[in-house]
Design a protein around this ligand. Structure first.
Ligand code: PEP
Length: 254
């Protein structure tokens, strides 16, 4: 099968790796790519304080960097926050928006996520917009409805150029950091639902071109079967991205 979309494997380090540990891990990942041609784009998403060290460790390796969060204003009295422009000026091109830990632990709702997504795009970044249902929502049969709403309420109104720069990650909340993974069939059907929603809002071509990553306990042992699904265009990896061997095992699935 010929994919029109390039696969992306992104490692979300969450609140792990200080700048010394992060440089070492990024260096090990870059070294593991030497002499090999990955078929996917690789993105490392460390904490803000580790970004610069990671970026110098991956220089020339073809690996891209991303940030885990941003604030939606350009500058000003927002103590502790970081703007899209600050991230962009480092040479970073990606930023996560709507990660389940931001939604459910920090309490970010659709209004704030909408503003963050637009700020990321206006600042020249490519947002990786994360969506996913909770276990209750899956068990009550409303997973597709929840995910459809999460997509519609934040992406509607983007220009086609902005949609082109946007990536989606489907991450069922019950699969994140739990060791429990959606079956390739369940994940694949939700990706199909998401592509259908994008098609309704932006048209079939935009839907075909949008990379939709799966996240939720992806590891070397399950990556190949997930990535083989036609609508799964890569992985957003948490725990398994903290070890060079396991991350590379996802980049080069057996
Ligand atoms: C994540 O943090 O986006 C994630 C999917 O985590 P894990 O791979 O550990 O489930």
């Amino acid at each position: 099968m010929i994919r029109v979309r390039r696969t992306i494997v992104a490692g979300n380090w969450k609140m792990n790796m200080d700048h010394v540990e992060g440089a070492a891990l990024a260096g090990d990942i870059a070294a593991g790519l030497e002499g090999r041609e990955p078929s996917c784009e690789i993105v490392l998403i460390p904490p803000f304080t580790t970004l610069l060290s990671v970026m110098s460790a991956i220089e020339g390796s073809g690996i891209a960097a991303g940030a885990q969060n941003l604030w939606y204003e350009e500058k000003g009295a927002f103590t502790g926050e970081i703007s899209a422009g600050m991230i962009f000026s480092l040479g970073c091109r990606y930023v996560l928006v709507g990660h389940s830990e931001r939604r459910h632990v920090i309490g970010e709702g659709s209004d704030i996520l909408f503003r963050k997504l637009r700020a990321a795009l206006s600042g020249g970044l490519s947002p990786i917009y994360c969506v996913g249902e909770t276990l209750d929502e899956r068990e009550s049969g409303s997973a597709a409805e929840v995910v459809t709403e999460q997509i519609g309420e934040v992406l509607t109104g983007l220009s086609s150029e902005e949609m082109e720069r946007t990536r989606i990650a489907y991450e069922p909340v019950w699969a994140i950091g739990t060791g429990r993974t959606a079956t390739p069939g369940d994940a694949g059907s939700m990706h199909e639902v998401i592509r259908g929603v994008i098609s309704k809002i932006f048209g079939a071509e935009a839907a075909e071109e949008t990379p939709i990553l799966y996240g939720g306990s992806v590891k070397p042992g399950n990556a190949a079967e997930l990535l083989a699904m036609k609508d799964i265009d890569g992985a957003l990896v948490g725990g398994a991205s903290l070890d060079a061997g396991s991350f590379l095992g996802i980049v080069f699935p057996a």
